[in-house]
Write a protein that binds this ligand. Structure first.
Ligand SMILES: [Zn+2]
Length: 498
């Protein structure tokens, strides 16, 4: 009896034993997979080496005492681009150009000067060879001051006064700093008898803040008419920043190799309207609201290609754990790209509709702004919107001059990129240099037509707090930072020809 009773127990035991063995085997497989996974993560992280090149810092050159004074005077010209159709103030803009002429007599007399669109300057510094000329560019128009915030300025925005070793005023960062730094460097080099190896052009635009159609666009047209193809252009971009904001413990210089495009669509719905006491299901405002929600919920895909170099350069400089995230983009790509906003962004910015509380309006509209990722086009945005909102009663129209396509992405493997990188390190010392996708637009949108190698950088080294001055309150730059910007261009021009 006992043996009969024991038989099924033995089978159960065997099954349990079998299950235990299977679990153990699975555990072992899982453990080994996990270890292999960790090994891959570590392996990728360890071979994710820094791409920073080393260049010896050069001794700081002496800057003329009057340089700061000339810059301060330049801030006092209210060279405002209003963006409401108002023309540039003739007296102010001509006065500014006279200030340049008087401040930089060698630049004015020794170089070939062309004036475009009345107030934009293009200087040609003839080189020993006319092959592969380059362009260094900045703009001197500024955005208006919000009159309500005037009292919050430490010093009036067009006084150019120095407070606590900093020069205050609209344009000190965006972008008169580069205008004056470039001109000071040119004047110094001319006084030393310097002649470039290849011809160099220097442009100073007067309408960047309203699209650059009379300034930078005319410069680009001039090059096209003359059949001149540039080896590179260098225009305003991101300033040199504390690395902290990107999780780095060293200062950071971002050379922009691309910029996003821009388009705003007005979406207008037309319906029968009606009385508010008998609302229909797909009434005007509800339908428009649904379209907005659909756009919000159906964002554009994130794109790796335009930021690949940026991730590679910056990722390698991060702390170990963060580096592991960057080094294993095959796993973490979505997380990183999301953080960087590396897609065409969508946001509703204006809305209109209705005129009385008991009337369903026959029309309503919303404006949606898109910042277009390089690799996509305005047409892609249009098609995306039509598909996503899926409502034939809604029509689309582009606002403001048709929008701007994103730029191509310039290579980091060019002589010009290397020279900019080298000049930064020689002048600013231990700085991490990385390529960058600029989220905003610059006059470089015009230069992409005459060169494949558009780079963008603002030579001001600022803190994260000072960065708020761009188009904002209390725009200012330290005297030292302005002087270093001059040193940067002085070195850059020599390196281009070295
Ligand atoms: Zn600017």
């Amino acid at each position: 009896m006992a043996s009969i009773r024991e038989r099924p127990i033995q089978i159960e035991d065997l099954m349990i034993l079998q299950k235990k063995r299977t679990a153990k085997r699975l555990g072992l497989i899982f453990g080994l997979t996990f270890i292999a996974f960790l090994v891959v993560l570590l392996f990728n992280t360890l071979r994710y080496e820094s791409l920073q090149k080393h260049y010896e810092a050069i001794p700081a050159i002496k800057i003329p005492d009057l340089a700061v004074h000339r810059f301060q005077s330049g801030i006092r010209y209210r060279t405002i681009s209003f963006g409401d159709g108002r023309l540039p103030n003739k007296e102010v803009f001509s006065g500014f150009l006279d200030h340049i002429k008087n401040s930089f007599p060698l630049v004015d007399s020794l170089l070939i000067k062309r004036t475009m669109g009345d107030y934009t300057l293009l200087f040609e510094w003839k080189g020993l060879s006319e092959e592969s000329p380059g362009l260094i560019y900045a703009h001197y128009d500024v955005v208006p001051i919000d009159s309500l915030s005037l009292s919050a300025w430490k010093s009036p925005p067009f006084a150019g006064t120095i407070v606590d070793e900093s020069i205050y005023g609209r344009g000190t960062l965006d972008n008169k700093v580069d205008v004056f730094a470039i001109l000071e460097a040119m004047e110094m080099l001319l006084s030393q008898g310097f002649q470039p190896k290849n011809t160099l052009y220097f442009g100073f635009g007067h309408d960047e803040e309203i699209g650059g159609k009379e300034g930078a666009a005319q410069i680009a047209n001039y090059f096209k008419e003359q059949g001149i193809r540039l080896s590179f252009s260098l225009d305003e971009g991101a300033p040199l920043l504390d690395g902290e904001m990107m999780g780095l413990n060293q200062p950071l210089a971002l050379i922009s190799i691309a910029e996003k495009g821009y388009v705003s669509y007005q979406l207008t719905i037309n319906t029968e309207g009606g009385h508010s006491s008998t609302p229909t299901k797909n009434n005007t405002i509800a339908s428009l609201a649904r379209a907005i929600i659909r756009l919000e919920e159906n964002q554009f895909d994130y794109l790796m290609q335009p930021v690949r170099d940026q991730l590679r350069y910056l990722g390698a400089e991060m702390s170990f754990f963060k580096r592991m995230i960057f080094a294993n983009a095959w796993l973490t790509q979505n997380l990183i790209l999301k953080k960087l906003n590396a897609h065409t962004t969508t946001v509703a910015t204006l809305i209109q509709g209705g005129f009385k509380d008991n009337v369903i309006p026959t029309t309503a509209s919303v404006t949606v702004n898109f910042r277009i990722m390089p690799g996509q086009t305005i047409q892609n945005v249009h098609d995306h919107v039509v598909k996503v909102i899926d409502d034939s009663r809604i029509t689309l129209s582009i606002l403001q001059g048709g929008g701007q396509e994103p730029s191509p992405v310039a290579s980091v493997h060019t002589e010009a990129y290397t020279i900019i990188e080298k000049s930064i390190k020689q002048v600013f010392g231990e700085v991490i240099v990385s390529p960058f996708l600029l989220p905003g637009g610059t006059d470089s949108k015009h230069f992409v037509e005459v060169t494949d190698h558009c780079y963008r950088l603002n030579a001001a080294q600022i803190t994260n707090i000072e960065a708020a001055g761009f188009h904002g309150l209390n725009e200012h730059i330290t005297v030292i930072s302005f002087q270093n910007a001059i040193r940067f261009y002085h070195q850059l021009i020599q390196n281009i020809n070295g």
